[in-house]
Write a protein that binds this ligand. Structure first.
Ligand code: UD1
Ligand code: CA
Length: 455
């Protein structure tokens, strides 16, 4: 097999996005578009991946990392000019070169494989990935001769009325014979409606050199994302694919229309996802979980058999059989142990909870280390912040924290100790002891009657 190269065009500003963010960095299902393209190319095992950067070059490089090569396009003079920036890396080499657009995140690895296969079978100089669209507006059109062979590509802005009727479009993805690509690129001119050097002109040039031009028509839905409308379309299409894949893997999604799962999420079989659930990229969810309704989980790991309802969780771990919610807020750095119960209106931040502990209602635990089998009553608060620094609270195994308790950190409640309801604890509580830190109750008998008489 000959060497396989890939060039990704990602230098444009993306004016039509009307955004401070460079176009290819806009996210589709949680991942920047250009990262989708790069990840696919890695899966294809391209020998070299070269990304043409310009606008926002540093940001794009930062996103894609150092296992990719970059070429700088100082001025964005068109897609042909962009590919030319890679000449010093690839010109004259034997091999096959894919050229892709950083704003086309939906073209799958399978489609790229088919494109390469067609290209190799037809021994073509170039094979264009094309698609038939009901509404082709905005895309370059594939002009075929009377014998059906591809003659050239005409851009929307340069097309005649007749050409605008053509429904076969250029997806902006091509497979080239590498040597011929760079030979023909030298000949591209900018005498067109936009005054740009179009990569699409290479087709007619190669045709003129008597080279064979092929097309691989894909049925896969693709979107070239130039504006926010296309971005939303791409989002929807990819979302559908992601949900289908999870369902195929044995996940029940009660209402796909109101469920939102980003890319690169793992979910075990027999987990049920209820409506209104959002699961962010990188999450791992175990088997037999009940997730939702109305739950947002961002960068978390959830074990098997966990239940999470009406809650928001970020950057945390929820262990097997734990239950969270309804209406809990699990903030970064938390580890919810096996079988732990987190109930309603509980906020947990940077806190570890050991096996079987319960925090059932209306409680804030921040910067705490809670052992196993601990019971935290209703309305307990770790007083972890003095306005400048954060301090740690330790609650050891089997301790029992009564209702409405303040634990003023740094403080430790020893193993098996009890803290009486309403206490404000400022000193460590030794193990197996009872701490009471509140005013004693005084009953003033008949006080009310006397007071009323006076008035
Ligand atoms: C391009 C194609 C069009 C095709 C469509 C598919 C050309 C001339 N037209 O049009 O036939 O139907 O894609 O989506 O190629 N870029 C650079 N440097 C530049 C110009 C562009 O790196 O100087 C990058 C952009 O960042 C973008 C990609 O190339 O990622 C495509 O450019 P764009 O301006 O979006 O082309 P389209 O008008 O969509
Ligand atoms: Ca585009």
């Amino acid at each position: 097999m000959s060497d396989r190269y890939a060039i990704v065009l990602a230098a444009g500003q993306g004016t039509r996005m009307k955004s401070k963010l460079y176009k290819v960095l806009h996210r589709v299902c949680g991942k920047p578009m250009v990262q989708h393209v790069a990840d696919n190319l890695k899966r294809l095992q391209a020998d070299r991946i070269l990304v043409v950067v310009g606008h926002g070059a540093e940001k794009v490089k930062q996103q894609l990392g150092s296992d990719i090569e970059y070429a700088m396009q100082e001025q964005q003079l068109g897609t042909a000019h962009a590919v030319l920036q890679v000449a010093s890396h690839l010109q004259g080499k034997e091999g096959t070169t894919l050229v892709l657009s950083g704003d086309e995140p939906l073209i799958s690895v399978e489609t790229l494989e088919t494109l390469i296969k067609v290209h190799e079978e037809k021994k073509a100089a170039v094979t264009i990935l094309t698609r038939i669209m009901d509404n082709p507006t905005g895309y370059g059109r594939i002009v075929r001769g009377s014998d059906g062979s591809v003659q050239r590509i005409v851009e929307q802005k340069d097309a005649s009325e007749e050409e605008k009727q053509i429904k076969e479009i250029n997806t902006g993805t091509y497979c080239f014979d590498n040597k011929k690509l760079f030979e023909s690129l030298q000949l591209v001119k900018n005498d067109n409606a936009q005054g740009e050097y179009y990569l699409t002109d290479v087709i007619e040039i190669l045709k003129g050199m008597d080279e064979s031009i092929a097309a691989s028509i894909t049925e896969e839905e693709t979107v070239g994302v130039n504006d926010r409308i296309a971005l939303a379309k791409a989002e929807k299409l990819m979302q559908e694919r992601i949900l289908l894949e999870h369902m195929k893997q044995g996940v029940t999604i009660i209402d796909p229309g109101s469920t939102y799962i980003e890319t690169d999420v793992m979910i075990g079989s027999d987990t049920i996802i209820y409506p209104g659930t959002i699961i962010g990229t990188g999450c791992k969810i175990g088997e037999d979980c009940l997730i939702g309704p109305h739950t947002q989980i961002i960068r978390c790991e959830v074990g098997n058999g966990a239940t999470i309802k009406h809650s928001v969780l970020t950057d945390s771990v929820v262990s097997n059989e734990a239950t969270v919610g309804p209406f809990a807020y699990i903030r970064p750095g938390s580890q919810i142990g096996e079988g732990v119960k987190i109930g309603d209106f509980v906020e947990i931040k940077n806190t570890t909870l050991g096996k079987g502990s319960k925090v059932s209602h209306l409680t804030y635990l921040g910067d705490a280390e809670v052992g196993e089998g601990v019971n935290v009553g209703c309305g307990a608060v770790t007083v972890n912040y003095d306005g400048e620094k954060k301090f740690k609270t330790i609650i050891q195994d089997g301790a029992f924290i009564g209702c409405n308790v303040n634990l003023v950190a740094p403080v430790t409640v020893g193993m098996g100790a009890y803290v009486a309801a309403g206490s404000t604890i400022t000193k460590d509580v030794p193990e197996e002891s009872l701490a009471i830190a509140r005013e004693r109750q005084v009953n003033k008998e008949n006080y009310v009657k006397k007071m009323k008489k006076k008035l």
